[in-house]
Design a protein around this ligand. Structure first.
Ligand code: DQA
Length: 149
């Protein structure tokens, strides 16, 4: 089976408790379950991880190079600050989809810039937990196209 990595950055472990008016009431565990269910319908295997540490995200991206065919990343606040994540995604060369629960473009100006977007195949934001499922659809389509080529 084709494996994809779904990586989550800082503070996403607090989903459900954290600013529910912005991020909703779903927990990261419930998002993981929904991703696994969705992935099954697409014939994908999911490795789902969260860390609050920037360097660990870099390590997970490196690990994905050997173990996965693509990745979905919600880098949380590191989206807006991390050249290291930009470089890591570029270095591994895997198709990457950037996701956010909230519509970052409808929020503070500092959230309008992303270091991930220039190295991502696309960005999905603003659909709550569904952003992840939409990203799985997008990644599956990219990988199917690649298989045929
Ligand atoms: C987020 C948006 C980021 O700006 C924020 O720092 C997060 C969550 C989202 O999923 O909406 O931690 O990535």
């Amino acid at each position: 089976m084709t494996t994809v990595y779904i990586l989550n950055g800082p503070n996403l472990n607090l989903l459900g408790l954290r600013e529910p008016e912005i991020y909703g009431h779903d927990t990261l565990s419930s998002i993981e379950i929904a991703c696994r269910t969705k992935a099954k319908t697409l014939g994908l295997e999911v490795v789902f991880k969260q860390t609050n540490v920037e360097g660990e995200l870099v390590n997970f991206i490196h690990e994905a190079r050997e173990k996965a065919k693509g990745l979905i990343i919600n880098a949380g606040a590191y989206t807006h600050t991390s050249v290291a994540l930009h470089d890591a995604i570029k270095a591994v060369g895997l198709p990457a989809i950037e996701v956010h629960l909230s519509n970052v473009y409808a929020r503070e100006a500092f959230r309008h810039h992303s270091y991930i977007s220039p190295v991502a195949r696309g960005v999905i934001c603003g659909f709550g937990p569904q952003s992840y499922e939409l990203a799985l659809d997008a990644l599956s389509a990219i990988l199917k196209k690649k298989e045929k080529a």
